[in-house]
Design a protein around this ligand. Sequence first.
Ligand SMILES: Nc1ncnc2c1ncn2[C@@H]1O[C@H](COP(=O)(O)OP(=O)(O)OP(=O)(O)O)[C@@H](O)[C@H]1O
Ligand SMILES: [Mg+2]
Length: 328
Amino acid sequence: MDLGTANSIVIYNGKIVVNEPSIVAYDRNNRKIIAVGKQAQMMEGRTDRNIETIRPLRGGVIADFEMAQQLIRQLIAKAGVGRSILPPSLRMVICIPSGITNVEERAVRESAEQAGAKEIRMIHEPMAAAIGADIDVLKPQGHMVVDIGGGTAEIAVISLGGIVCNNSIRIAGDVFNDNIVDYMKRQHNMVIGIRTAEEVKMKVGAAVSELAEPPEDFCTTGRDQLTGLPKQISVNYKEIAHALDKSIASIEQAILDTLAITPPELASDIYTTGIHLAGGGALLRGLDQRVKSKTKLDVHIVPEPLSAVARGTGKALKNFNTYQFLVR
Ligand SMILES: Nc1ncnc2c1ncn2[C@@H]1O[C@H](COP(=O)(O)OP(=O)(O)OP(=O)(O)O)[C@@H](O)[C@H]1O
Ligand SMILES: [Mg+2]
């Protein structure tokens, strides 16, 4: 299971069986769960006073324990590996952000146990991303992985099955969305919601203001700040590249900082192996190009960046007892 800030994926018997946004909708009066995943997402920003939607994981950490546990339980149930038909020896590997505290780690483990898992191991996100990208992590060769998710951008140098140095900043997809909301307010006097910002990012999001294949301008709807009336505005990718510029510069800086603390032998490996971009953020138009020109290194977007961490976690499960980096 990849328990992400934005999306959670469950792989069972080698196949993705659940892929849902990490959102829980519950009744405020009795804290009963009403919906999780896509269904809860539809309710986001549209709830009445009795229903609340929450993303229990924020900025790569657990923001709401109880709801995070509920999410884990419901995801396992959705995967069809519910308690009733559970094989008695169910093994589970859960991918956790590298910034997670011991208390949080225990909470994740307990939820998985309550949901029926018998043997549990944890794996750190960048390691899972590297395995998912088919990198031979056990070899004595340095690789840099940059995983830009919803809550965090994690940068790690991996060699000999371990994370040699890493850096994690809380600037990723969610902050990009905030940047877009702010920009629309400042520039167009228009108030938009987070879901709309997310849509703008998908349609015309960019990391550079010169793209060889630019996306078409996107018409977005929001509320005029002055009149209070709904209105429509067309946005182009150059505007969004401008809106995201500072956040992306921070990620670039974190990459440079990590390179600066990388032991020299591994640094020279990375000169040949390059940087592997994973996570949904890797899909931002022109991000690879921008990181490449900043670091002068080769930048590869891993195949299917949104599921790389989950696939790596799945592969780790196959080596449950042999991968020494699986946290017990
Ligand atoms: N095409 C795209 N362009 C830009 N951003 C995208 C694209 N597709 C997805 N994203 C963003 O990627 C993020 C989700 O990525 P991912 O599923 O890797 O995160 P996560 O694993 O849930 O989060 P984290 O690893 O931080 O806990 C979201 O913020 C989403 O908006
Ligand atoms: Mg992730």
